[in-house]
Ligand binder design. Structure first.
Ligand code: 26Q
Length: 848
């Protein structure tokens, strides 16, 4: 079944991008090869109609919004492909060093609006379609999100390839062409239901299939040991199965439209090979039994953003896209350098987005040693100088480990190579710490306790020339807690690159009203030089500017209020504080701390109808991993508590609770511009960075948050007066845990907290279903409250009071909001990419 029916435009909320916009915005460096006639409205109209007729076989009278979407995209794609060709030609002629960003996830969202903005054609397209009687905002709504990722890690990859193209760096993104992206979330009676996401049901206007670059990937089988002419040992892998990798290219348009890089996603396909080799070796039955249906490899994105223990298909996915990508890179390298491997690591850097593609390390070793017949040390030098690894988590359960037995079966040659890498590494450890078996056990790639496992984190650190965390505090913890011995062994290898977000999507395109206000005030250079936003600081106290800024916020709140009404039927007042928590649902992100506080406010209002608080709308967006029971209970609790509070006249509309279903990139783009408050309340030390925090602050939301991840750096930028920080610090969390944390202490000491938790045990919020929310209570008491919700509750409650107080002072709040936008310059992904380039990738720009 289709999930995205082209004709039923859902929430008909006019976001008329054309209205209220300054006539011209930054066009970047558009020039040269783009057909000039596409720049004017008339020609654009003609091109759209040409596609309506010639590609879609319809006409202006019959076309529905989906057809207009297709035709408009096709018109833009003409420019995209033109620039793609010139970019590839330049990169080829210059034989440039390039970064290859290996990521199992790219959360691209929608591309039409983005591509139009990046070509400086948004206003032209808007006006052209208007003359055709078509509303661009309706057309944009027809595009399904490319939801090929779970959350932060996948969206970071998308922001990074945007910045790379924008700054003219040669780069390719490599990933998986999932047939089904992250599930579509429906809410039925308060509970999450997962439905398949089929983003390509009606065709994707951007992707280009490249059958000429198909790769073959071996799997299973056995390894034969042979002796070469000079008596050296040679290994030959006889795979039990071969699958095909079909590349689909998604053009990545830089802002200004000059460089168009590529995101290459691999789709698996049956190769039709029957492996007689395995058959003859007596492996017939095994090979058949272990046959994975080739097509299933790229069928679906794993919906967990923490580890999916021991799923064979997941490991095959990882190897599949890593192997295809390496072969693709090597093919391109050989075109310029033949069989001479000397310059490989000068030309190629591979960035591993977490350990998901870490199997690429032994795969490159296999190619160099078994196929190219280089000696081990030469091969290892090339390999080590090629890979760099980004760590995105410290949570022990999220550090990938694969059973040795499983790798042995699927990748019999790779397990040998991993053992050889480890053997040589253990000798290195012995030289550094002679006789210290404890350190050896800790640093070994192989975990020996219990079932033997391959630790992908250790493999990645050992096999890379650089390792980075994603925010200052996180990188410090990577060095001091996760990999301290590696830091001693390889001084300087572990470093930090603080995450960032692309201001093109996350301010310019998603918030046209604020963008125009900013450009009028300080000029339109900020999308490429986000530090320029600091020029707004001088107006933070200016009453006129405060009013303008807050009027924009109000307009954005009106737009979101309509969307909320359309999606949920809930009416919210735009006079209320719009308080937003959007992120994956996880205990460590503590949506339940937010919820407990909402219950506390509700209870205070029931006890005292005069309880002093500014009206507040608490808005959530979150998907829970389908197998994560407690996360699903939290979603259920939010919805049930919302039902109760929203329909209780006694609270006098002071609190509304809204859960917006199916949180995704395109919904984030509608929510973020309307936020007054950004909830960033993870247990200190658990959120590696966060990037939603940056997007919300950039759009003038004030953060209430813990000293965790990038919140710390946001606080440094905006200053203590413009952020609400609460809760235990990383050190305090460690101390509490060391001393033995007992949540019952807080439960019995704090009457309000006790009443709230006991409330969850009743059937007050779930009439007729007592106990439906008890598991939530239990997680915070008998379950030990591993994320210190109770320990931080008081501090959070106090911080919320301070926030409420601050909001009452309109001018003070406006100043805070302005300064949040003004001080976000650091968090452009352009800065992150420049940090990677300077510290790790060492790339040169290649102007097209
Ligand atoms: C691993 C193995 C098997 C199945 C799934 C996975 C898997 C998939 C996705 C594990 C982790 C993820 C995603 C992690 C993620 O999104 N991490 C976030 O990365 C952001 C970018 O650096 C940070 O800002 C967030 O703090 C971090 O949580």
């Amino acid at each position: 079944m289709s999930t995205q029916s082209p004709n039923t435009s859902k929430a008909k909320v006019s976001r008329s991008p054309g209205k209220n916009r300054a006539a011209k915005s930054a066009k970047g460096n558009l020039n040269g090869a783009i057909p000039a006639e596409l720049f004017d409205k008339k020609a654009f109209k003609e091109t759209v109609i040409k596609h309506l007729h010639g590609s879609l076989g319809t006409d202006e009278n019959k076309a529905d919004n989906h057809a207009w979407f297709k035709a408009t995209s096709a018109a833009i794609q003409e420019l995209v492909l033109d620039r793609l060709r010139s970019t590839q030609k330049s990169h080829y002629l210059n034989d440039t060093r390039a970064v290859h960003y290996f990521s199992a996830e790219f959360l691209m969202g929608r591309l039409l609006s983005n591509n139009m903005h990046n070509f400086g054609l948004f206003e032209v397209a808007d006006a052209a379609l208007k003359e055709l009687g078509v509303d661009l905002s309706d057309v944009l709504e027809e595009e399904p999100d490319m939801a090929l990722g779970n959350g932060g890690l996948g969206r970071l990859a998308a922001c990074f390839i945007d910045s790379l193209a924008t700054m003219d760096y040669p780069a390719i993104g490599y990933g998986i062409h999932y047939e089904n992206g992250l599930f579509r979330q429906e809410i039925k009676n308060g509970a999450q239901i997962e439905r398949p996401d089929s983003w390509r049901d009606y065709g994707n206007p951007w992707e280009i299939c490249r059958p000429e670059s198909i790769q073959e990937v071996p799997l299973f089988g056995y390894v034969e040991t042979k002796y070469g002419k000079n008596g050296n040992i040679q290994k030959e892998w006889h795979p039990g199965e071969i699958v095909k990798g079909v590349p689909w290219d998604i053009p990545v348009v830089g802002f200004g439209g000059s460089t168009v890089n590529v995101l290459r996603l691999w789709q698996s396909q049956s190769s039709g090979h029957f492996n007689w080799d395995v058959f003859n070796a007596g492996g017939y039955v095994d090979a058949q039994r272990e046959n994975v249906q080739a097509e299933t490899i790229s069928k679906v994105l794993y919906p967990n953003d923490e580890t999916e223990a021991g799923k064979e298909l997941r490991l095959i996915q990882q190897y599949f896209f890593s192997a295809c990508s390496l072969k693709d890179i090597i093919r391109r390298y050989k075109r310029a350098h033949g069989d001479n491997w000397d310059r490989f690591s000068e030309q190629v850097v591979v960035q591993l987005n977490d350990t998901h593609p870490a199997i690429a390390i032994p795969e490159l070793m296999r190619i160099l040693v078994d196929r190219a017949e280089l000696d081990w040390d030469t091969a290892w030098n090339i390999s080590k100088n090629t890979f760099a690894y980004t760590n995105h988590t410290l949570l022990p359960e999220a550090l990938e480990k694969w059973p040795v037995r499983m790798i042995e079966k699927i990748l019999p040659r790779h397990i040998e190579i991993i053992y050889e890498i480890n053997h040589r590494f253990m000798q290195e450890v012995e030289r550094k710490w002679p006789g210290n078996n404890e350190i050896k056990a800790k640093l070994s790639i192989i975990e020996e306790a219990g079932e033997k496992m391959v630790r992908m984190g250790n493999l990645s650190v050992i096999g890379s020339f650089a390792v980075n965390g994603v925010a200052e505090i996180h990188s410090k913890l990577v060095k001091e807690n996760l990999f301290p011995e590696f830091d001693q062994l390889y001084p300087g290898k572990l470093t930090n690159v603080t995450n960032g977000v692309t201001p093109r999507r996350w301010l310019k395109a998603c918030n046209p009203l604020l963008s125009d206000l900013i450009s009028k005030k300080i000029g339109d250079e900020w999308p490429l030089q986000l530090d320029k936003l600091d020029d707004l600081s001088q107006y933070a106290d200016n009453k006129t500017f405060q009013n303008q800024f807050m009027r924009v916020k109000l307009k954005n709140k009106e737009i979101l209020a309509k969307e909320i009404k359309a999606l949920t039927g809930i009416e919210v007042s735009t006079k209320a504080i719009f308080d937003i928590q959007i992120k994956r649902l996880h205990e460590y992100k503590r949506q339940h701390l937010n919820l407990l506080h909402i219950m506390a406010l509700y209870r205070r209002l029931l006890e005292n109808s005069e309880y002093d608080m500014h009206p507040r709308v608490f808005i959530f967006g979150a998907k829970a991993a389908p197998g994560y029971a407690l996360a699903k209970t939290i979603i259920y609790a939010i919805n049930k508590i919302a039902d109760k509070i929203n329909n209780d006249n006694r609270v006098n509309h002071k609190i509304k609770v809204v859960f917006l279903p199916n949180y995704r990139v395109s919904l984030a783009e509608k929510m973020i511009p309307a936020a007054d408050v950004s909830q960033q309340i993870s247990t200190a030390g658990k959120e590696a960075s966060g990037t939603g925090n940056m997007k919300l602050a950039l759009n003038g939301a004030v953060t209430i948050g813990t000293l965790d991840g990038a919140n710390i750096e946001i606080a440094e930028e905006v200053g203590d007066d413009n952020i609400f920080i609460f809760g235990k610090t990383v050190d305090e969390v460690a101390a509490i845990n060391a001393a033995g944390y007992n949540p019952y202490d807080y439960y019995y000491q704090n009457k309000e907290l006790k009443a709230l938790l006991d409330w969850l045990d009743s059937d007050y919020f779930t009439p007729g279903q007592p106990g439906a929310l008890s598991s939530l209570k239990n997680s915070m008491l008998s379950g030990g409250d591993p994320y210190l919700v109770l320990a931080d509750f008081d501090s959070y409650s106090e911080s919320n009071k301070a926030l409420d107080e601050a909001y009452k002072d309109k001018s003070r709040w406006a100043k805070m909001a302005i300064l949040n936008t003004a001080k976000m310059g650091k968090f452009t992904s352009d800065r992150s990419i420049n940090d990677y380039v300077d510290r790790i990738w060492k790339l040169e720009k290649c102007k097209v």
